[in-house]
Design a protein around this ligand. Structure first.
Ligand code: IPE
Ligand code: IPE
Ligand code: MG
Length: 250
């Protein structure tokens, strides 16, 4: 008997959405404003998208906020982004908590100053009991860093004699990468018109559906998200199988 894919008959809603929030700078520049205004405007879109995902019962939302390469931007912009991150963490935690959203930061936190690291730890602790949506914010994150970090942890375990090199398989390496405690990323959205991954989730996106939106992040809201969700609902996820195996004719 052929088994139909569990998503074959229902309208599939992604359990885990990841977003590369791009286009803040261009949004501001198009209006003759400094780029930093675009980053501030982007915070509103974050709030909006978190609420929409919560409503739609998405389980995990992962947002790319600052890449390991973004340190190379002009110093004033990096400084502003760090300040913005710090204030947003302080200001938004109450709201996240009352909406039952658990906040988790993924990335190399040790790259931030002590004050910001403390804020991050506090925001995570304050929302640790929330059950509604997991909001992962990728900060000083790089997909390659994530894999290297996992490899290093495995090497340490091997050196201590806790594991044998032959035991290392995909499942074991996965356990040491970010997001391993959450559902697979079903849908990866990039806003702002560029069609690349920019060192975001590499390991985790092996079978994610990709959606590129031309909308700049500060303009990204319900209409643009709906467009991505509708495109996702029409995709046939084959995971290496044939179309007939995934959706057998009744
Ligand atoms: C994304 O917007 C936010 C960060 C990378 C922090 P950008 O700042 O990259 O905006 P564009 O791509 O220059 O328009
Ligand atoms: C990716 O955007 C990083 C974030 C959205 C945080 P970038 O704007 O940094 O990516 P590139 O440089 O255009 O690839
Ligand atoms: Mg950009």
């Amino acid at each position: 008997m052929s088994q139909s894919h569990p998503m074959a008959n229902a309208v599939p809603v992604p359990r885990h959405i990841a977003i590369i929030m791009d286009g803040n700078g261009r949004w501001a520049e198009a209006q003759g404003l400094p780029r930093v205004i675009g980053h501030r405007a982007g915070v509103k879109s974050v709030r909006n998208v978190v609420a929409l995902c919560r409503e739609r019962r998405v389980e995990s939302l992962t947002l790319f906020a600052f890449s390991s390469e973004n340190w190379r931007r002009p110093e004033p912009e990096v400084k502003l982004l760090m300040r913005l991150f710090t204030t947003v963490l302080r200001r938004e935690v109450k709201q996240l908590k009352s909406n039952d959203v658990r906040l988790k930061i993924i990335g190399d936190i040790s790259g931030f100053d002590e004050k910001l690291q403390a804020r991050i730890r506090k925001a995570e602790a304050d929302t640790a009991e929330c059950q509604g949506l997991v909001l992962n914010v990728a900060a000083n994150y790089g997909g390659r860093w994530d894999v290297v970090n996992a490899a290093r942890k495995l090497a340490e375990l091997a050196q201590q004699g806790e594991i044998q090199p032959e035991e290392i398989d995909e499942a074991l390496l996965d356990r040491f990468t970010s997001l391993s405690d959450q559902p697979e990323v079903d849908l990866l959205i990039r806003t702002g018109g560029e069609e690349r991954i920019s060192n975001f989730l590499l390991w985790q996106c092996a079978y994610s559906e990709l959606f590129f939106s031309g909308v700049l992040w500060p303009d990204f809201g319900e209409v643009a998200l709906q467009e991505a969700l509708e495109a996702f609902a029409k995709r046939q996820r084959r995971f290496g199988l044939t179309g007939a195996q995934v959706a057998p004719i009744e």
